[in-house]
Design a protein around this ligand. Structure first.
Ligand SMILES: [Zn+2]
Length: 496
């Protein structure tokens, strides 16, 4: 007789789950020798299992590999009909088999099919593995009814299988479509995408759509994305779309009441979109990432669209600007509207021939005054031109006024760094002196200079620069750099 504990599901099931967490092979061994363990162990096991492993239980010969495309395994149902079959999910399941599964194989497959229904999260780059799995399940119902998160990398011909994966419990839907040829908006693939979107639960929280090899014109996929926003807009907290969206969709996005994170990729700002003073724009937004070809226009649009009420525009805490966004005073002035930023990143590199970092010390002074909560500041990688107008003084502004900073990446000119630091030690300007003597400092231990050159004459200058850095960054221990023997000397001096 098994011990009574085996009958108390609430106790026994977590124990089995724990054994699976500790060691999958031990759990399987237990399940094989003790009947009571089998169900709870398998249950826990399949919730976490990789589908590739499941695919290995399918007997060879039951599946036929299409000769046309390496990634186009097709599905055969246990019934094994040779006719393409319409399921209730309006998804045609192609059935190509070299032979029908035997009864024993079918029983085994269906037994595993029961378990895959428990899978709650799927992330895969190998979509073809799914095709094998699908045959384990009846094509007339969702193979993964418990799925809460789905992340797929997929090719357009496989889109037809997508509706099979949508479950009513899903909270995260993420799909990346890879295309070898330019996407034809008239192709049937769009219909499948539309079918998926129409089936998404209205409680969806996260949505990601990526289409590689874009070349999408304005308006393509507009209906699908708009449909998704209409359907799931009330609950969406995360949105990442990297296809070009028309103005009407962007305006719709900007009214999402609960959106906390928005990643805009590759979408041009439509010329028809003008600033708006509606107070309801993105009231919950915390994080915004822009990676568009006209990022600059986006920033101007977004900052000027926000109302002047501080309470609304101060919600944003993270701003990330990638690609083609030169750092200049106008951009920084716009960004300073978001007074509660903790993270500001501008992914910018100067072109080969010249430096385009266009800020001066006054701009960094203003930034440090208006964004005192900054924890992370990246304004592009320092180039080796050393022609910028910011100096060591900017580092002082940031360290003294933004004490939470853990990373700073800004250009600063080192041509006269020794004189700059000496003038700070000897300053009679009361405002600067107060900052220079202030005990408030950020706690940076590693400071990155990337390609900034540095040359110092003798150990006197090295000592001045060292004392200057330690006054601004008292915990500094390391200078991270691409090159430069002098920076190396400074790091060694800091270690002493
Ligand atoms: Zn530069």
């Amino acid at each position: 007789m098994p011990h009574k504990i085996f009958e108390i599901d609430e106790i026994f099931r977590p124990i089995a789950g724990h054994v699976v967490d500790l060691s999958g092979s031990s759990a399987i061994a237990l399940a094989c020798c003790c009947k009571a363990f089998e169900e709870p162990v398998l249950s826990s096991y399949w919730e976490e299992q990789s589908l590739d492993k499941l695919a290995r239980v399918i007997p060879t010969g039951v599946l036929k590999r299409s000769g046309l495309n390496r990634s186009s395994y097709y599905v055969c149902t246990p019934e094994g009909s040779k006719v393409a079959k319409e399921s209730s999910l309006t998804c045609a399941v192609l059935q190509t088999t070299t032979r029908l599964p035997t009864q024993e194989e079918r029983d085994r497959l269906l037994r595993y099919a029961f378990w895959i229904k428990r899978i709650t999260c799927v992330i895969t780059r190998r979509f073809e593995a799914f095709f094998k799995i699908l045959q384990l399940s009846s094509p007339t119902e969702t193979p993964f009814p418990n799925l809460r998160g789905l992340t797929l990398w997929i090719y357009p011909p496989l889109l037809r299988f997508l509706p099979l994966f949508v479950s009513s419990r899903m909270s995260t839907f993420s799909i990346s479509v890879y295309r070898d040829t330019p996407f034809d908006p008239k192709t049937v693939e769009r219909d499948y995408l539309a079918a998926v979107v129409a089936a998404l639960p209205t409680s969806l929280r996260e949505f990601t759509l990526r289409i590689d090899h874009a070349g999408l014109g304005s308006g393509e996929l507009k209906e699908e994305v708009l449909l998704m926003i209409r359907r799931c807009g009330q609950t969406l907290v995360y949105l990442k779309i990297d296809v070009e969206l028309p103005a009407v969709t962007i305006q719709r996005v900007m009214r999402l009441p609960n959106l906390r994170t928005w990643e805009v990729h590759r979408s041009l700002l439509p010329a028809t979109l003008t600033s708006c003073s509606e107070a309801t724009y993105l009231p919950a937004l915390r994080s915004l990432a822009l990676s568009a070809t006209n990022t600059y226009d986006w920033v101007i649009f977004l900052t000027s669209s926000y109302p002047t009420v501080d309470a609304v525009r101060s919600t944003l805490t993270e701003l990330n600007l990638n690609d083609h966004c030169a750092v200049d005073p106008i951009l920084i002035a716009q960004i300073c509207v978001f007074t509660n930023l903790t993270r500001l990143e501008v992914g910018w590199s100067c072109p080969e021939d010249r430096c385009t970092f266009a800020l001066a010390d006054d701009d960094l002074s203003r930034l440090s005054l208006t964004l005192p909560r900054l924890e992370w500041l990246t304004l592009g990688h320092q180039c080796d031109k050393n022609t910028c107008r910011t100096t060591f003084r900017s580092l002082l502004f940031l360290s003294a006024r933004c004490p939470r900073l853990t990373s700073i990446l800004i250009h600063f000119n080192t041509m006269q760094i020794t004189q700059d630091i000496r003038s700070l030690f000897e300053t009679t300007n009361p405002g600067i002196k107060e900052l220079w003597d202030s005990p408030t400092r950020c706690q940076i231990e590693t400071f990155s200079v990337f390609e900034t050159p540095l040359s110092l004459k003798g150990s006197d200058e090295l000592d001045v620069v060292k004392r200057g850095f330690l006054n601004v960054f008292p915990r500094l221990r390391n200078i991270a750099r691409r090159c430069g023997r002098t920076w190396q000397c400074l790091t060694e001096a800091l270690e002493k």
